[in-house]
Design a protein around this ligand. Sequence first.
Ligand code: NAP
Length: 178
Amino acid sequence: MSKLIYYVAATMDGYIATEDHGLGWLEAFTLGDDATPYDEFYQGIGAAIMGAGTYEWIMKNTSGDWPYQDIPSFILSSRNISIPPGISAVVTHTSTNDIAAEARAAAKGKNVWMIGGGKTAASFADAGELQQLFITTIPIFLGSGIRVLPVNKPIHVTSDKRRFLRSGAIETIMDIKW
Ligand SMILES: NC(=O)c1ccc[n+]([C@@H]2O[C@H](COP(=O)([O-])OP(=O)(O)OC[C@H]3O[C@@H](n4cnc5c(N)ncnc54)[C@H](OP(=O)(O)O)[C@@H]3O)[C@@H](O)[C@H]2O)c1
């Protein structure tokens, strides 16, 4: 069955961005060629889900060059955000369970990338819709920021896939135990 995978980079103290949405700490870091290639992950993805905060960060920082053009994206927002023409994305605010079902159907047998941010990923974890986390931990502490997965209840995970990269980063693939 198609999985919802939260594939994300986080700091050692569990943040995915600074309080003011800065990702300079991540952009300045070189993962190295022993990291799992992004393309290898992306080939298994058929649809994406993200929150309004992440959508707005992408639009501000990629000069409108939508990075996920070949897959349908579902953007969660209670606001009437308008998507520029040519971007294969819809804005939705139905239940997390309905959005997960829609995204799985749109992925046509492939997995669904939960792009983030933390608030959106946590709401899907709380609703029992997240199956896997693929976290690349960058060897840096920020002290504060946007949390990687601020769930409302404990989420238990199992992991037998952890790789220590030469750069000092750590890749951890975790399955959520339901
Ligand atoms: N390090 C990484 O790999 C990585 C990956 C992804 C994102 N990020 C960063 O994370 C930051 C955004 O993360 P975030 O946690 O603040 O925001 P987010 O999860 O991207 O977006 C949260 C917003 O989505 C909307 N929303 C609607 N329904 C929701 C639901 N059921 N659950 C949660 N949100 C819902 C709300 O906006 P409305 O007011 O519009 O309803 C909410 O404020 C950005 O700075 C981004 O760059 C980093």
